[in-house]
Design a protein around this ligand. Structure first.
Ligand code: 8IG
Length: 272
């Protein structure tokens, strides 16, 4: 048995082999990580050929947050250049769960080891930019990490200049030219920011704030995958409107935007 903490890459290889065994598919092409509120968007992908619990795959801890899934599905999508095997993760592990970064990035490492050349990371987040409306999707152009940690260990000095693939962002905007781009801040949580912290983050150049995506983007990129990040603004960040933040509000905004998000994802996948 490989252990996730002592051998994260070996465990991802073992997890990829298990997925190949369970699906009968030697490789997958694209991975999607569905953030909170994004699950209904998978309806637009058609019917999954396979579905299993993350706990059936080596290295995945059991999910702990309501509405954060814990399932992996395999889809076959008719693309412009033949059938695309998509691996979809419903739910993810977050840094605030206190299990370290290894479980947080295990899904994307598994996906890359399963053959995925493109990793699509979705999330629900707070809007810092005052122009954003609740229910609006925003493409992640760049990020600021406020967690002072990295999924990479050792002298792995990866370049992050084009972390959020410009090529794929252009492709997505070609499908929907109303999409904005923004800078996403990774905040450890689980507490949301104070209004003063949101002020600081805005001055630093941030548009969006959430508790995911950044470690996964770095881990996927370090293994050679191209990354697309899409945030769904589900609340105004602290102090922006004066309203308090609630998890229920987040889930409802996700549900309301799911149709549009699903169609967008389906269109983009066909182009990859
Ligand atoms: I949804 O306002 C969601 N996730 N840090 N701040 C942070 N994470 C979030 C927020 C938010 N909204």
């Amino acid at each position: 048995m490989t252990d996730l903490y002592s051998d994260p890459i070996g465990t991802a290889v073992a997890a990829a082999a298990k997925i190949a065994e369970l699906t009968g598919k030697e490789k997958h092409d694209v991975a999607l990580v569905m953030g909170s509120g994004w699950m209904p968007a998978t309806d637009a992908l058609g019917k999954a050929t396979h579905e299993f619990a993350v706990t059936d795959i080596p290295g995945f801890p059991a999910p702990t947050v309501v509405g954060h899934g814990g399932l992996i599905r395999s889809y076959e999508i008719a693309g412009a250049n033949g059938t695309i095997n998509a691996l979809v993760f419903l739910g993810r592990t977050h840094l605030y769960e206190g299990k370290g970064l290894e479980p947080v990035v295990h899904g994307v490492r598994t996906a890359v080891k399963a053959g995925c050349k493109v990793v699509v990371l979705t999330n629900a987040c707070g809007g810092i930019n005052r122009e954003y409306k609740v229910g609006q999707p925003v493409l992640i152009r760049d990020h600021i990490s406020m967690t002072a940690t990295s999924p990479l260990i050792g002298a792995d000095f990866v370049d992050l200049t084009d972390l959020y693939s410009k090529r794929i962002r252009e492709l997505v905007k070609h499908e929907d030219d109303s999409l904005s781009e923004g800078v996403y801040v990774h905040w450890r949580g689980p507490a949301y920011e104070t209004p003063a912290e949101i002020n600081m983050l805005r001055i630093m150049g941030a548009d969006l704030v959430g508790m995911s995506t950044v470690p996964e983007a770095i881990a996927a990129h370090a293994l050679g995958a191209e990354v697309l990040g899409i945030s769904l603004v589900t609340n105004a960040a602290a102090g922006v409107t004066g309203e308090k933040l609630s998890h229920t509000e987040v889930m409802e905004a996700g549900k309301a935007a799911a149709g549009r998000m699903g169609e967008l994802l389906a269109k983009v996948l066909k182009q990859l």
